[in-house]
Design a binder for this molecule. Structure first.
Ligand code: UDX
Length: 436
């Protein structure tokens, strides 16, 4: 099939390469000419394991192209919208500027029989509005949310755990769903659940999934707050809860909380949309979820101040991590980077290290000191704080090595990813999150 993918960020670049790898002819379009040039060379413009290889094989096969000229999408009959929907600067609602301009640019290229497939995360009701303009051209709009996780994006795109397609009520709906089932032929062969529904449900599935995950994380972080005043251990609590199949252990990792380009903005956008719909109270708990999440950052600043005798001024602190999670170079809404900024603001001499995210972190927070060398970050530090659970820190770092570099043997484990007994036996003052 001949496809175009509008928007070549984390979502679109991976989608374009993945669709070429399963045999389709794909052109990826983005207004950012620099990004297009990088992709056209076969380089991933961001850290995403496996994407580089997929790009190179797609480009070599001749089935994958990239362009910043919309006219190059003219040969395609199926157009994916994969642009970002960030939080508006003035409110909690999603900013649909990029979605609207993608549709504006596509309209002149559409005709009867064409399919427009929305993949971006949008407020419920968006597809119905866009459909009015798209169907006027004879094309059909479907909404097909993407559930990929950064760091696992290639695998999640090629082997999703479900495919959801929101179709219009009109006759074209079932034909469009069938086209998508044929397009995702490898998933169909793997018997991936394929759910055909209406626009509103498909839009809601995505934000509801992210709201549920965020709530699960904030739930365990709320339990961490209780553990902190009772002497209980939240990690043992999470293990015990997780053995209940109805609950499950995943996303019960207490620590400094969630960040990234999706969970924080999606819960805020859902709350904003619910308010527009007159259902503010239905998701008012999401404000609490957000607040619990942000309080974890205050907790680390409090623990760091206590560990350093009540004063941070001129104290050297190594912050291990900047990405919002491991296997990513993304620092959007990174709780770890936010903590580093706050400590710096309180006068500490903060050195941030991360195996992948220092260039992005430096662009966003240039006032901090960065190094990609963990030894350099730890040298003479009076405190180390782990904010991203990279393997390099979990398994690569030993108490004896850290102690040989640091001025004081103190560590705050913001992700509960170290073994407290090992670090204490190594002479460290170890402080976890919600652990005695
Ligand atoms: C998320 C969804 O998982 C994905 O399905 C959706 O398509 C996009 O949003 P992503 O943003 O890549 O994916 O990150 P995810 O792996 O969900 O982690 C989000 C944040 O939660 C990270 O900051 C992570 O550190 C944090 N987290 C995760 C916890 O604090 N505790 C946990 O137990 C799990």
């Amino acid at each position: 099939m001949r496809l175009s993918v509008i928007g070549c960020g984390y979502l679109g670049a991976v989608h374009a390469a993945a669709m070429a790898s399963i045999g389709h002819d794909v052109v990826g379009i983005d207004v950012d000419a620099g990004k297009i040039a990088t992709l056209a060379r076969g380089d991933a413009p961001f850290f995403e394991p496996g994407l580089g290889e997929l790009l190179v094989s797609g480009l070599d096969s001749g089935r994958l192209r990239f362009s910043s000229d919309f006219a190059d999408a003219g040969d395609a009959t199926i157009h994916f919208i994969a642009v970002g929907t960030p939080q508006q600067s003035e409110s909690n609602a999603a900013d649909l500027t990029y979605v609207n301009s993608a549709v504006d640019s596509l309209l002149p290229l559409l005709s009867a029989g064409h399919l427009v497939v929305g993949k971006s995360t949008v407020p419920v009701g968006t597809a119905a509005k866009l459909a009015e303009r798209i169907t006027a051209t004879g094309a059909t709009l479907v909404w097909n949310p993407e559930f990929l996780r950064e760091g696992w994006a290639v695998q999640d795109t090629l082997s999703p755990d479900r495919i959801v397609v929101g179709v219009p009520d009109s006759d074209g709906g079932s034909a469009a769903a069938e086209t998508l089932q044929n397009l995702y032929h490898t998933a169909a062969k793997a018997s991936t659940p394929f759910i055909v529904t209406d626009y509103a449900t498909s839009e809601l599935v995505k934000v509801a999934a992210n709201a549920f995950l965020a709530t699960k994380i904030s739930f365990i972080n709320a339990m961490a707050e209780i553990a902190e005043v009772t002497g209980a251990d939240v990690t043992t609590l999470a293990d015990a809860l997780g053995h209940d199949n109805r609950i499950g252990r995943r996303f019960l990792g207490a620590g400094i909380g969630f960040g990234g380009g999706c969970l924080p903005k999606d819960i805020r956008a859902l709350a904003a949309r619910a308010e527009e719909l007159g259902r503010r109270e239905s998701v008012s708990f999401l404000r609490e979820v957000d607040q619990i999440n942000l309080r974890r950052r205050d907790r680390v600043v409090h623990l760091a101040t206590a560990a350093l005798g009540g004063v941070l001024f001129k104290k050297r602190i190594a912050v291990l991590g900047a990405a919002f999670k491991p296997h990513s170079d993304d620092v959007r809404d990174s709780p770890g980077l936010d903590i580093a900024v706050r400590l710096h603001g309180l006068g500490a001499e903060v050195v941030v290290t991360d195996p992948a995210a220092t260039p992005n972190a430096k662009r966003q927070q240039p006032q901090l000191t960065y190094t990609t060398n963990i030894d350099e970050a730890l040298r003479d530090a009076e405190l180390a704080i782990i904010v991203t659970e990279w393997d390099e820190y979990r398994h690569g770092l030993t108490p004896s090595h850290a102690a040989s570099l640091m001025a004081q043997t103190k560590v705050i484990d913001g992700r509960n990813c170290l073994d407290p007994a090992t670090w204490r036996a190594g002479g460290f003052e170890y402080v976890g999150m919600g652990r005695p």
